[in-house]
Design a protein around this ligand. Structure first.
Ligand SMILES: Cc1cc2nc3c(=O)[nH]c(=O)nc-3n(C[C@H](O)[C@H](O)[C@H](O)COP(=O)(O)OP(=O)(O)OC[C@H]3O[C@@H](n4cnc5c(N)ncnc54)[C@H](O)[C@@H]3O)c2cc1C
Length: 528
């Protein structure tokens, strides 16, 4: 079904399309509305709930809305074509936070993780209650999809804040992609209308009360006015692919590991609707900025596979910064802290994205034995199914990985100062021979000299998992305005406006997407 089965319902209310008054004044039609004016909107079609975004938050909203009201008419709007739907949920590592049955421990841990920017207690308590009852619902999703649900102890991040008492893990296999595929199968089995290549672009809102009546969708070059009787659920993810927003709110050039379709549309829309924003910039990037490889052939970046002491035996490699020198302990296990390091009692993002350009330099031993690409998550793995060669040879061939017989030759290819690169490698090799890295305290087990030529280098950029910024929302997933009051008919779920703004426990985002999506879907449909 698409918007051609148009249902026109003229709304004789004093309504205003946010941001479209000017367009109407300038003679621009709103959808097919003949009478677009601040006084009226002509709808092309109508649903009980309109959900923007077909990631896990959007899926969860639709499933729950239908559970609450089985005859409800639900529309999911997805900006991407069907083969590219699924958002970051599809590209994710798929870890789900399976809580230990201890509400106080859960709340304590999450409270500590968000300490510099406290999470409202009411929201925290609601989240803990919902997380504690989530597992059977997830298992039902796996069962309906006939996919395997598996559990594990999981990675407990920042243990000093109470992870041990609060965290277990689970997922729906296979990796990559299986979790979202299971949810998509759940949606396919239900009477949910999905419009692909149909981004939500504007909210339709009463100019006085602020109530949201519907949404304007762009489809095939047309603008379509869709009325939402119960409400609009904004589940369009973050701004990972919007470099302008990254620079303004994060302050650095970082590239997405996930879907290329999350471009901060939701932030613009809720802001225009009068929402109060939060978590646009926090003390650290909660999901972390990870070492990434950007190549011209792909929009999104490859994640460099974890190269820590525990995760590989091949250590003849270093990273160098803009000044051609080392700058940190490269083999610390940053994957267990979402790429944060603790200094002076506080967690900070690791430095590598701030000292760009960075190159990883390695020798033949690493090249032959350690595939650089993380294969069980990222968009390039889950959607493009790019299969990086195990010995990196295909990528050397493509020129993504530089190769030279000498370090001087490699420095030339990197565009760096050869004398300094040779000095840096010499100093590192000397530390290896001494068994002690005076400069950065790299563990002695990881001190393998870079000496087995030929030599290789790959450029390392900052890769972002996801952003948390968006509208402030309450426990009912209602979007709040600048006075802290809900904007009637406007809901938000998932990464857009996530309650996570500081440290992050693996599995928290996807379970939050489910919890907030379910809440938004239920409340919106019951309001219809
Ligand atoms: C590499 C990677 C690993 C991760 N690993 C984990 C993990 O192990 N555990 C965990 O909990 N979290 C993880 N995350 C984070 C997690 O994936 C996200 O927090 C979660 O998927 C957010 O779900 P969402 O539904 O809010 O957004 P998304 O899944 O990103 O969905 C948003 C959807 O909205 C669509 N869209 C965008 N704009 C519009 C528009 N204007 N109109 C309509 N549709 C639009 C997009 O195309 C997309 O389909 C990871 C993320 C990445 C990238």
């Amino acid at each position: 079904m698409d918007a051609t089965d148009t249902q026109k319902s003229h709304v004789n209310r004093r309504s205003l399309l946010v941001g479209t008054a000017a367009a109407a004044a300038a003679g621009t039609a709103v959808g097919t509305a003949e009478a677009a004016s601040p006084g009226s909107v002509t709808w092309d079609t109508e649903f009980d709930v309109v959900i923007a975004g077909f990631g896990l938050a959007g899926c969860s909203a639709a499933i729950e809305a239908l559970d609450a009201k089985p005859d409800a008419k639900i529309l999911i709007l997805e900006k991407a074509p069907e083969e590219h739907a699924g958002g970051n949920s599809r590209a994710s590592g798929q870890s789900l936070w399976r809580p230990k049955p201890n509400k106080q421990a859960l709340m304590h841990y999450q409270r500590k993780m968000g300490e510099p920017n406290p999470i409202p207690e009411e929201l925290l308590e609601f989240w803990a209650d919902r997380l504690l009852e989530l597992e059977p619902w997830i298992k039902d999703r796996a069962k309906e999809a006939r996919q395997e649900y598996v559990t594990s102890a999981g990675t407990r991040e920042m243990p000093e804040y109470g992870a041990e008492e609060a965290v277990l893990s689970a997922t729906i296999l296979p990796r990559p992609g299986g979790l979202w595929e299971a949810f998509k199968k759940n949606i396919d089995k239900r009477p949910v209308t999905v419009w692909y290549e149909s981004p939500a672009v504007e909210l339709v809102q009463d100019c006085e009360s602020g109530e949201v009546f519907g949404v304007i969708v762009e489809q095939g070059g047309k603008r379509i006015a869709v009325r939402a009787l119960g409400g609009v659920v904004m589940a369009v993810g973050g701004f990972e692919n919007n470099m302008d927003m990254q620079r303004n709110y994060f302050g650095h050039d970082v590239y997405p590991f996930g879907t290329p379709y999350n471009t901060g549309d939701g932030i613009r829309m809720v802001q225009k609707a009068g929402a109060d924003l939060w978590h646009m910039r926090a003390r650290v990037q909660s999901g972390g900025i990870w070492p990434a490889i950007k190549v011209p052939e792909f929009d999104t970046v490859f994640m460099r596979d974890f190269q820590s002491r525990e995760q590989t035996d091949y250590h003849s490699w270093i990273d160098v910064a803009a000044d051609d020198r080392r700058f940190y302990d490269e083999t610390e296990r940053y994957s267990a802290t979402h790429h944060k390091e603790k200094r002076h009692g506080h967690y900070f993002d690791t430095e590598f994205f701030q000292v760009q350009p960075v190159h990883m330099i390695f020798d033949e031993t690493v090249c032959k034995n350690f595939c650089l690409m993380m294969k069980w998550m990222t968009w390039n793995a889950a959607v493009h199914r790019y299969d990086w060669s195990e010995d990196n040879s295909a990528e050397v061939e493509k020129g993504w990985v530089l190769k030279a017989d000498t370090l001087a030759g490699l420095a030339f290819k990197m565009g760096r100062n050869a004398d300094q690169i040779i000095r840096t490698v010499d100093e590192y090799n000397e530390a290896c021979r001494a068994g002690k890295d005076e400069a950065f305290g790299r563990h002695p087990d990881t001190l393998s000299p870079i000496e087995n030529g030929p030599f290789y280098a790959v450029k390392i950029v900052g890769g972002v998992v996801c952003t948390s910024g968006g509208a402030k929302r309450n426990k009912d997933s209602e979007v709040l305005d600048y006075d802290g009051k809900p904007i009637p008919g406007l809901y938000e779920a998932g990464n857009l406006g996530s309650f996570i703004s500081h440290l992050y426990q693996n599995g928290a985002y996807l379970t939050e997407a489910m919890i907030t999506g379910r809440t938004a879907g239920r409340n919106a449909v019951l309001r219809a």
